[in-house]
Design a protein around this ligand. Structure first.
Ligand SMILES: C[S@@+](CC[C@H](N)C(=O)[O-])C[C@H]1O[C@@H](n2cnc3c(N)ncnc32)[C@H](O)[C@@H]1O
Length: 537
């Protein structure tokens, strides 16, 4: 079923109120009247009604019962959250509902839709709006009061879509209003979150549906500092990236809950992961102190308490030097099949076996023939030559001819080739006995994002693999008994997907990637168990 049909299904499938059904339908029509590029620029990806309801239901459990609500949604769209607010709270409870929406395309429709309700929707840029200055419940002078319930799915607009002038303006006002200095790389949602501080009443509650990016990248640090030092961070729920929250915007998202009050001493934050906000798959309490010292946060949702307590133990980087496989700069030219080698009569001394990409590798254990070549249906060889051009031309005319084809095709001018000398030489990557795939999805036939490969051959690998070279102490014990090699490989394979995924990064749609450093941070307990039978100095 296409995205639109699936979303249209919401209208009929769910037990929605009439207005909500109309809203969802209108949302769908309004979305389809825009191009994907237009929607990306303004971050126009609506919240699923079921999630909006879940968020408002959850907010209700955090608020004192029967409290009077002053609601704010700074990025309204057609009002998924407002609709859920009306569902969860009685009208007399809602004393005020303020919202902003920059795009009249959605805004005008929303005004029409919610005409008979207390909504005050401003069709203007929230980041330009002046925050209220009154914190108290009843201001005798009729000044605008701050919100005590802010629920928002802000535009995720990446910094590339913000002009330099716009970024400078946002940076300046965020610093003026919230005292937070954001990096030029920050996405628009970071500015929304910081600026909203001035709109929240003391002890007010905020629930932000935002990308998980800020938790792991450098530009997110000021946001993390804000969450740990300026407010009381209550909970972060990370959705399972396989279960993308916005079908058409490829991001993995989280809901961040906090209270506008300084954190109590010894405060702990709840990290939950997976399934739904109300029934997460995993849950873990993390002290503010430990969060302060942690560079990446997404892993806390994923990890079990047991794994975290082992943080200080031996890691893979203590046992292996881990390198990304080699980047040829032009695989079509440098990675050759035996037929191509004989067609161009290339000298074998400049060809080394190389593994095919994981997609085309049917086995996880690679056996070798007498020459050390991998026993695989698909044999591939990497062309690499260190000799200077004059010598190649004089001594290896067929290779010279082949290289001239590379010159004619402009391969020698490609970035990576240009930075090698000679351009047809390759990085040094001797074969490694263990390899790990560099990226993968969880929702494939194998069901696991990463594969560990045991390589008995002398094949090297390109950068779709990470290569694990045993450090001297481990290499020493692996020298004789080949059984142990296999056991170490099996132990690598027993490292849980969660542990690996929590070290790496994840992209929307559930594509996981592991850089060498990140794989190096995975715990080596399983290998230590195997080695403990042997003596490793
Ligand atoms: C991610 S959508 C969320 C819409 C709605 N609240 C929901 O959850 O379905 C973000 C909305 O913010 C609007 N928006 C983008 N930039 C804005 C700005 N500077 N001020 C106010 N609204 C903005 C977009 O047009 C879009 O409707």
């Amino acid at each position: 079923m296409g995205t639109s049909n699936r979303r249209l299904g919401i209208v009929w499938d769910m037990n929605l109120t009439t207005t909500e059904s109309i809203r969802v339908l209108r949302q769908l029509q309004l979305d389809s009247a825009k191009t994907q590029t237009e929607r990306n620029k303004l971050g126009q990806f609506a919240t699923h009604p079921a999630l909006a309801t879940e968020m408002l239901k959850y907010a209700k459990t955090l608020l004192p019962s029967a409290s009077k609500i002053r609601f704010l949604d700074p990025a309204f769209g057609t009002g998924a959250f407002y609709s859920a607010l009306l569902e969860q709270f009685s009208l007399p409870q809602i004393v005020e509902a303020i919202a902003y929406e920059i795009d009249p395309h959605y805004g005008n429709e929303a005004i029409e839709l919610w005409r008979d309700t207390p909504l005050q929707l401003n069709i203007t840029d929230f980041t330009n709006a002046v925050p209220p200055n009154c914190d108290s419940r009843s201001d005798p002078f009729g000044n605008r009061t701050k919100a005590n319930l802010l629920i928002c799915n802000p535009p995720y607009t990446r910094h590339h879509h913000l002009s330099r002038v716009e970024k400078l303006r946002l940076q300046r006002i965020t610093e003026e209003i919230a005292g937070i200095k954001l990096s030029q790389l920050a996405s628009l949602y970071c500015y929304f979150l910081c600026l909203s501080d001035a709109w929240m009443a003391t002890d007010g509650l905020a629930g932000w549906l935002i990308p998980t990016g800020f938790m792991d990248v450098n530009y997110g640090q000021p946001i993390k500092d804000y969450l740990l030092n300026c407010v009381t961070l209550l909970r972060i729920h990370c959705f399972d990236p396989v279960d993308v929250q916005f079908e058409d915007a490829l991001v993995s998202s989280a809901v961040v809950w906090f209270k506008k009050a300084l954190p109590p001493v010894n405060h702990a934050v709840e990290f939950t992961y997976g399934r739904s906000l109300t029934q997460p798959k995993m849950s873990l309490m993390m002290s503010v102190e430990s969060l302060r010292g942690a560079a990446k946060w997404t892993k806390f949702g994923l990890m079990s308490e047991r794994v975290i307590s082992q943080e200080q133990s031996l890691k893979l980087k203590d046992l292996f030097t881990i390198k990304r496989g080699l980047a040829t700069g032009a695989n079509d030219f440098f990675v050759l099949k035996p037929e191509q080698i004989s067609e161009y009569q290339l000298p074998m001394e400049f060809l080394k076996p190389v593994l095919p990409s994981p997609r085309l590798l049917p086995v996880d254990e690679i056996k070798a023939d007498d020459l050390g070549n991998p026993i695989l249906d698909r044999q591939l060889f990497l062309l690499s030559c260190e000799l200077p051009p004059d010598e190649v031309k004089a001594k290896y005319p067929t290779l010279w001819e082949y290289l001239q084809m590379g010159v004619e095709q402009g391969i020698c001018d490609r970035y990576l080739c240009k930075h090698r000398s000679p351009w047809y030489s390759q990085e040094k990557r001797p074969p490694s006995p263990f390899l790990c795939t560099y990226m993968g999805r969880q929702n494939t036939g194998r069901g696991r994002p990463f594969r560990f490969i045991l390589n008995h051959s002398r094949a090297t690998a390109t950068n779709v693999y990470l290569m694990l070279y045993p450090k001297p102490a481990l290499a020493k014990v692996l020298l004789d008994p080949s059984e142990l090699l296999k056991e170490v490989w099996q132990a690598l394979d027993r490292i849980s997907d969660e542990a690996l995924m929590s070290e790496g990064r994840v992209y929307g749609g559930g594509l996981h990637k592991l850089e060498p450093r990140e794989l190096g941070n995975a715990l080596a307990g399983k290998i230590v168990e195997v080695l403990s039978k042997q003596s490793v100095d």
